[in-house]
Write a protein that binds this ligand. Sequence first.
Ligand code: ZN
Ligand code: ZN
Length: 259
Amino acid sequence: MPRIKAETHGHSVYSDGRGSPSDIVNQAIKSGLGIIALTDHNTTRGLGELIEATKRAQNQGTNIIALPGVEVTTNKGHVGVYFPGREAGSPQLRWAEKAGEHNWRPSLVDVVKYTLDHNGVVVFNHPETPHIGSVRFDDIKRVAESLSDLQRRGAGIEVFSWMGQIIPGVSQREEQAHKVAADYGMREVAGTDYHRPPHVGSQQTIFEARNFTSEAILEAFYEGKVYPGEGRPMTLFDRAQIVSDLSIGFAQGLLASKS
Ligand SMILES: [Zn+2]
Ligand SMILES: [Zn+2]
């Protein structure tokens, strides 16, 4: 069973990131990843280019699959929504995009249930991490309790991310994330939450999938054959870049909330 390295979380120029989807795919290949997700905030605009770039690489003999996603801003915080194998304009991805747009905050439960009912996967991103729009553990538990055992197998908690690592209290949150995932039979994933191409693949999730297809990725997730993999240590330079990206995000948020 191949162990496929995945980047599950990050942003392009289509939301608050700095790279194009093609740059992101190139970096993923350089970093030896087999799965590359793009999860822009409440938009699917970069996904067409992401999928095209991975198809070009596949035609040249590289094993790389696009994992199309959206990071949806729900009423309780950010949730990563993925529809493996779907095209950018598919009704499922369009639904996820619509759910998050225009400051209309859809309910967390609705987003989670819609995704799981349509062959998707959800991940509670950077849980309980202050300042970055996170879902709290109590809300995750409440949602988990309303799901069937089968549905919970399509849900994951991001136990580790670079963005989360910047905000104090990391180890405590990580410990709680492990516990909630174990208590409710949910998956554990680690993603960078990259906002610049050089950061792609800095935190990884391993998928033990039968082959390099979207169906195999989805199956691996539901069968629990996913776990956090090796990351690379964050340098002081990385940290400075992330803090600067975050500060710009805060400033934009403040300006937006005043208008
Ligand atoms: Zn987020
Ligand atoms: Zn993010």
